[in-house]
Design a protein around this ligand. Structure first.
Ligand code: GRF
Length: 229
């Protein structure tokens, strides 16, 4: 360890400052109930994710229940960005503007898709390269897209689960960060299976955000290595 010069107190100050990682500004995109958003924000509030500052929760629809939870329970600013028939980058640039307004900046912030019911454009993905995460209710690459729990039941798999992954330009296809298996039980319905998967999602997503914010995710092609804590 380098000695700290008494004659240069700035050196000591700088060392202290650099031993704390910079806060990552977080934006969360939702469409509905926002239970994954709730899980992330409550983990931050409990001090179990130290390096994240929740800056904004954004929804396409004003009646998304998660917006109320964000503002009333966590005092996190919210934005509604109506789609008004806009598609692709025409819409996404409005989302990016809302993120930037709240200091969730490209190449610096983190964007979590938490039930955001839109396919995001390549331009958005490129602007926030490897800084957009998504949660999917299946063990990817199985059952991408909508209705993953029903597809798993119909296929007859004995194990499904959930996946947190980086978002790339394809649907549910980016590098996998964390996965959690959930057994399919005899007599399961889409509702009972979804509820058990959701329980695991609420553990998995905050954990992935924590690993990201602590700078512990090293991406090499498709493979994400997790550095020891
Ligand atoms: C979750 O099942 C998530 O895996 C999927 O959409 C659902 C969102 O639920 N992408 P919530 O709004 O977080 O409660």
């Amino acid at each position: 360890m380098a000695a700290v010069s008494r004659r240069n107190p700035a050196t000591f100050k700088n060392r202290i400052k650099s031993s704390y990682p910079t806060l990552v500004n977080l934006g969360i995109l939702i469409s509905g109930r926002g239970s994954n958003m709730d899980a992330i924000l409550s983990t931050v509030q409990a001090g179990r994710i130290r390096n994240v500052k929740p800056c904004v929760v954004i929804s396409k629809k004003a009646d998304a229940a998660g917006l109320k939870i964000a503002s009333e329970k966590y005092r996190v600013p919210t934005e509604v960005v109506p789609a008004e028939g806009l598609k692709g980058w025409d819409y996404d640039q409005k989302i990016v503007a809302a993120l930037q307004k709240h200091d969730v900046l490209p190449q610096a912030g983190l964007v979590c898709l938490a039930g955001f019911m839109r396919i995001i454009s390549p331009e958005f993905v490129r602007a926030y390269k490897m800084r957009i995460l998504n949660i999917h209710p299946a063990l990817l690459p199985s059952f991408p897209g909508l209705h993953a729990q029903k597809l798993a039941l119909d296929y007859g798999v004995k194990v499904t689960g959930c996946t947190v992954h980086f978002v790339d330009e394809e649907i549910d296809s980016g590098p996998v960060i964390l996965q959690k298996p959930v057994p399919v039980l005899e007599g399961d319905t889409e509702e009972t299976l979804s509820a058990r998967i959701l329980e695991q999602e609420h553990q998995l997503y905050p954990e992935a955000v924590r690993l990201f914010a602590d700078g512990r995710l090293k991406v090499d092609g498709r493979v994400v290595a997790i550095a020891p804590g």
